[in-house]
Design a protein around this ligand. Sequence first.
Ligand SMILES: C[S@@+](CC[C@H](N)C(=O)[O-])C[C@H]1O[C@@H](n2cnc3c(N)ncnc32)[C@H](O)[C@@H]1O
Length: 201
Amino acid sequence: MLQVKGTEGYSAATERFMTATHKIAFQDLHQSFLKFIPTDSSNVLDVGSGIGRDAAALADMGHTVVAVEPTSEFLSAAQKLYGTSIEWINDSFPFLPSLGDRNEGFDFVLASAVWHHLDQHERRITLSRIADLLRPTGIFALSLRHDPAGVGTHIFPTDGQETVRDAERVNLKPLQVLGNQPSLVKGKRNVTWTRIVLQKI
Ligand SMILES: C[S@@+](CC[C@H](N)C(=O)[O-])C[C@H]1O[C@@H](n2cnc3c(N)ncnc32)[C@H](O)[C@@H]1O
């Protein structure tokens, strides 16, 4: 498989990334997403799942979780940390070929801190792919990083309003758009986030 450009910088910094992000509580980081996560046991997809923290939290809530991550060092770390109750897949946006058409569909898809690794063309393909993978009324929750690069160095500026416009073109309706959200990672005061929740109509 060709190396996914968005993985640039991560492999060499697996330990550092783990130390910085492993202990962040899902309930704190994704507080604004919580009310959109199904309460019944559901099919959940986490793309760009990193070291698996969020996939594990979603599995602990009783969901059937598929976690997709293109950095193989992160995927191995995630499997060691969180085990076998999650389906771990080495794959990437925008096409997610390993998921095929997943006939049963997903109820909730998370892409936490991945959007800045995609250019606008890739983001548009990704939105269309997610719309196909979601069940009707299913939710896509994503966070958009603004400003300086972190460990991952292949990055593009993000714009929440532009993403919402692109989402509406593929029948993903915005339910929530929160700009200027702070970073929970230590020493990242200059980084802000936009947090978006979309629903398939
Ligand atoms: C900042 S990390 C976020 C990890 C995790 N979601 C979290 O919130 O801790 C960005 C992740 O996106 C992954 N990534 C980069 N390009 C990607 C792509 N095209 N498709 C899916 N994931 C990608 C990286 O390998 C990395 O794990």
